[in-house]
Design a protein around this ligand. Structure first.
Ligand code: ADP
Length: 693
């Protein structure tokens, strides 16, 4: 009665017993031949009749050899039976798996054992050298394998095909030639596999790693309908069906997590390959072999970084190796796979509720439950981060709190979210770090009220759009488009800063006249970039000199005008789609085309400040630590009808004058500073304006 092997090693030991018998058989055959060799056959000067006859005799039929072969066959059958029983009992026999994975014949399995033996027991080096009649040949060669395994000439001829390049042993790289192109060696990864280790091939570690499957699809933050549809499709094919998916989505959109979730459902690991790594293409075949050994699905990241040739190679490998292959990239997939089951899926940016779920999941455990809910809602609607960026933001916030040796706060999270937002925006727009608050801005009460209203809009839009369901009713127009108009230096940029500080958002300033004239004809592309980049942070976009684009049509349709027309409607459309705040600023409202102005949600005037406000603006310009003399703000305000921008410059001029002159800012410094500013801007300086107290 055959019994199961207790474990793999017992099976391998049994295989080596069989190998020993094969070796004995071969040695016996050699000995038989030598013994039966006529005396004078060693004489090379002539060939005797005896030697002639000897060369033509087939000794393989000699009873002792036949007897040995019978024993070998019965041992072979016994091993087969015990292997089958073991597999049926769930005992992992790597050789049995190799047989199935690479559809190997008994001969090929035996060839693998012959190459394996010297790795396990050094005695085989000596035995092989003996059989190959050369002390330097301690590794098996093809002839030795044929000698050991083939008992007849036709067997031998037929078995040669197992060593051709397209037969499994070499095609899958199970065996390889050593330097001299004759000695054979078992591939190190296959050797490790047979010995029970399923660690990833060392050659692949620079480009590959194994990702744990996600057991809970709830941890995958992508659109739930999309998730269901993809899962359904994948389940139809199963982990070994030949399905290739292309997941298109921005970095952090959840592509990898989705793939891990799919693997959780299928119950298989995921092998991750970074296709943008330099060696990735050369290692592709080894990667596919690895998926077989690991019984893993394959995830090829940055698949869009390659050309058509890469796609062709992929197609061939998927055809050959099968299995689930998930490609991922940011661009649309252009190549065609004619013979593959292929599906491209676009993962849109996570919407508010998904972001909120991702935040809740990420923040759990770091804050009390109520805070988790409140913060998640707030962060989800303030920052359009991908699930990946949300994780990264939390980690960086946690690090900054650790470095300050205190618990993590909502402010850490805000700062981390801003950092996650795309830094590329800074290349095309000027990033302004908001430093000013409501106290720093002096405006008529009605203007201030409108500015506060904008802030409230942002704060409460979550409730209005998500909780109260207005989301579904509006396709776009959820963002806030605002017009600030008023003379230069009246605080338009400052107001944007105050709003940004209040809402803890980034502020980017774009000089539209610069964009329009510099990139004539390409404005659209640049505007698109600005909005796309700003999207992730919900940054406030401040478009200065908006009349450059939204100015009234002159009626003369020159080329520039035609472009401008397209660009205006494009910018408006982008502004309406944009979920953050977009502010257009102009000095001259009259110059703005009324039909555009009507489409803006808020229109706020920044009036030229009256004397009372001017006095306040003068006061607001001095930091608290400044050494100040006796300053008559009312006098300055009355005397000089200038807007805040100039006042700011004057105060700075005065500060420099005072520093040279004793270190305390006095009225005369301010007057001299004013004179400098007036001269700079070509304003008439009237000596009568001199302070005469
Ligand atoms: P605008 O954008 O309208 O041209 P800015 O906001 O750039 O004007 O104003 C320039 C500077 O002038 C501000 O940084 C601030 O120091 C000062 N300033 C202008 N207007 C005000 C105001 N209403 N209140 C306080 N300071 C002001």
């Amino acid at each position: 009665m055959s019994t199961a092997y207790i474990h793999n090693y017992e099976h391998l030991a049994h295989e080596l017993d069989k190998l020993d018998q094969l070796i004995s058989h071969r040695a016996a055959a050699l000995r038989q031949r030598r013994q039966s060799m006529p005396e004078d056959a060693r004489n090379k000067l002539y060939i005797s009749y005896e030697e002639f006859d000897w060369l033509l005799t087939d000794l393989s039929a000699l009873p002792p050899l036949v007897e040995r072969r019978k024993q070998i066959e019965s041992l072979h059958d016994e091993i087969n039976r015990r292997s089958k029983i073991s597999v049926a009992h769930g005992i992992f026999l790597p050789m049995a798996h190799l047989e199935r994975l690479f559809t190997l014949s008994p001969f090929e399995l035996q060839a693998i054992i012959i190459c394996l033996a010297p790795e396990l027991r050094p005695k085989y080096h000596t035995l092989y050298a003996y059989l190959q009649d050369d002390m330097t040949r301690q590794k098996p060669r093809i002839d030795l394998i044929l000698d050991l395994l083939c008992f007849s000439e036709p067997d031998r001829w037929q078995a040669r095909t197992y060593f051709s390049d397209d037969a499994p042993l070499f095609r899958y790289g199970l065996l390889r030639y050593l330097d001299d192109q004759q000695d054979l060696q078992l591939d190190p990864r296959i050797l490790a596999y047979i010995l029970g280790s399923n660690r990833i091939d060392e050659r692949l570690t620079p480009v590959c790693r194994v990702l744990e499957p996600l057991q809970d699809m709830g941890q995958v933050f992508i659109d739930s309908q999309l998730k269901t549809r993809i899962t359904r499709l994948v389940e139809q094919y199963g982990s070994s069906g030949k399905l290739t998916l292309y997941l298109q989505g921005q970095q952090g959109a959840g592509k990898r997590d989705l793939a891990r979730g799919i693997c959780g459902q299928l119950g298989c690991p995921l092998l991750y390959l970074d296709a943008s790594a330099p060696d990735a293409e050369a290692l592709l075949q080894t990667v596919f072999r690895e998926t077989l050994l690991l019984q893993a699905a394959l995830y090829i990241d940055h698949a869009d970084s390659h050309d058509e040739r890469f796609a062709r190679r992929l197609e061939i490998l998927v055809m050959e190796y099968g299995g689930l292959v998930i490609l991922a990239g940011e661009k649309a997939w252009m190549s065609k796979f004619d013979q593959l089951a292929f599906q491209s899926v676009h993962l849109p940016a996570a919407d508010g509720s998904l972001r909120q779920a991702a935040w809740e999941n990420a923040l759990q455990g770091s804050f009390p439950k109520n805070d988790v809910i409140a913060y998640s809602a707030q962060l989800a609607h303030q920052f359009r981060l991908t699930p990946g960026q949300i994780k990264a933001a939390l980690q960086s916030a946690a690090h900054s709190s650790m470095m300050s040796n205190r618990a993590i706060t909502i402010n850490d999270l805000h700062a981390a979210c801003r950092n996650q937002s795309n830094q590329k925006l800074a290349e095309i727009a000027l990033k302004i770090t908001p430093r000013c608050h409501w106290d720093d801005i002096i405006l008529p009460e009605s203007t201030l009220w409108q500015l506060r209203e904008i802030c409230n809009h942002v704060k409460y839009r979550h409730r209005i759009f998500s909780e109260w369901g207005f989301d579904a009713k509006l396709t776009h127009g959820k963002g806030l488009s605002v017009l600030f108009f008023g003379p230069p230096g009246t605080g338009k940029t400052l107001a944007a800063e105050v709003i940004a500080a209040e809402l803890q958002l980034d502020l980017y300033k774009v000089d539209l006249s610069g964009v329009v004239s510099k990139y004539i004809g390409e404005t659209e592309k640049n505007l698109a970039r600005i909005f796309d980049e700003a999207e992730s942070s919900n940054a406030i976009l401040f478009f200065d000199e908006a009349d450059a684009l939204f100015g009234k049509r002159t009626g003369i349709a020159d080329a520039h005008d035609r472009y401008a027309n397209i660009e205006t409607s494009y910018l408006l459309q982008k502004m309406e789609e944009y979920e953050g705040i977009a502010i257009l600023a102009t000095n001259l409202r009259e110059n703005m085309d009324e039909s555009f102005v009507r489409r803006l949600r808020f229109i706020i005037e920044f009036p030229f400040p009256d004397a009372i406000n001017r006095a306040e603006i003068w006061k607001a310009q001095f930091p608290s630590q400044v050494p100040l003399g006796d300053i008559d703000y009312e006098f300055l305000a009355e005397q000089f009808p200038v807007a805040g921008g100039h006042i700011k410059n004057i105060v700075l001029n005065a500060a420099f004058l005072a520093a040279q002159d004793g270190g305390r800012i006095q009225m005369e410094h301010l007057l001299d500073g004013t004179r400098q500013e007036f001269e700079k801007i070509g304003k008439l300086w009237n000596e009568g304006m001199v302070w005469a107290k």
